[in-house]
Design a protein. Structure first.
Length: 325
């Protein structure tokens, strides 16, 4: 396996120079700059802070609202009057990868940054994001790149993290070409809920970017921002079931909420969504530990307004403010 991976890496490295032989067109057909693509569904809590955090570092922001009903679209429309290079689109009743490909089709710059509405780019003190941009622009202009930068993960509230997930690498930036696109993938993942009657593995469908073989794959290990995985218990519950629902959608023909209600009855013997959300959130917070790093001013301001606070008793996490029984 290690030998095969090494051979693949060598093969990809060689192909990444194929632009010099005119086998692959050089990535000079697009303007230099960064297009950020952002998929939005009910993200009113952080969307304004998220977009404001990148507006000065990218050349355009392509936002695709996928059917928000929490006021996110009103915030986006208001922001579009303040941020001249923000373009807002509505694109409903599709799958994750279709939303991303639609956003990709609306971009016009060389670099594509796939950004989420709960990501916050950080510039204070150490100039995290601008340093990343300088590094990016020093790469060879004649080659194609796919890069996974790093984000610090906050979970539960603004002062905690999962003990085994302190950084995220699912943020993406890549050179645009007509060959790169998002596709669906199916896989089995470990179930975070460890109770009787629950499956140990979950069958899920998610999106992934299909990277052409002539792209050089890089990492950028210095953090460029934070991922605020700090949501209502109901949103976390929906996230738990959403990828499972995608994997079964064609078979069940149910909408996401009907699917959730059926599954919580079958697996947890609970018939109320709010009760199920509290039940699920209580499992999540047991896996948290304090975040020991410094928080920038942008995130401190968000934390001060947040209704979500982890509650301790006798030195142990017992609950969160929104799920007290």
């Amino acid at each position: 396996m290690l030998k095969n991976n090494l051979l693949k890496q060598i093969f990809r490295e060689i192909l990444s120079y194929s632009t010099y032989l005119n086998i692959i067109p050089k990535p000079s057909f697009r303007k230099d700059g960064i297009s950020a693509i952002v998929r939005v569904y009910n993200e009113r809590e952080y969307i304004e802070a998220s977009l404001n955090s990148i507006k000065d570092f990218v050349n355009e922001i392509i936002v695709v609202d996928t059917g928000s009903n929490d006021g996110s679209i009103d915030i986006l429309n208001e922001l579009s009057h303040k941020i001249s290079h923000l373009k807002v689109f509505n694109y409903y009743n599709r799958n994750l990868w279709e939303f991303s490909n639609f956003a990709l089709s609306k971009t016009s710059y060389k670099w594509i940054l796939k950004w989420d509405a709960d990501f916050i780019a950080i510039e204070e003190n150490e100039n995290w994001f601008s340093e990343f941009k300088k590094w990016l622009y020093k790469l060879d202009n004649n080659r194609y790149y796919y890069i996974n930068p790093t984000l610090i993960e906050l979970m539960g509230d603004f002062h905690h993290q999962f003990y085994n997930l302190k950084f995220r690498k699912d943020i993406e930036i890549f050179t645009y070409s007509e060959e790169i696109k998002y596709v669906s993938i199916e896989r089995w993942i470990e179930n975070p809920i460890k109770i009787e009657n629950c499956n140990k593995k979950l069958h899920v469908k998610m999106e992934a970017v299909k990277i052409p073989k002539f792209y050089k794959i890089l990492e950028y290990n210095r953090p460029i921002g934070f991922h605020l995985n700090i949501k209502s218990a109901e949103r976390h519950l929906e996230g738990y079931f959403y990828l499972q629902w995608l994997a079964e959608k064609e078979k069940t023909k149910e909408d996401i909420y009907s699917y959730m209600i059926r599954k919580i009855k079958e697996e947890w013997n609970i018939s109320d969504i709010k009760l199920a959300a509290k039940f699920y959130m209580n499992y999540l917070i047991k896996n948290l530990e304090p975040y020991n790093g410094n928080l920038p001013k942008t995130i401190i301001k968000l934390s001060e307004k947040s209704p979500y606070k982890i509650i301790y008793r006798d030195g142990k996490i017992i609950s969160r403010t929104d799920i007290l029984f």
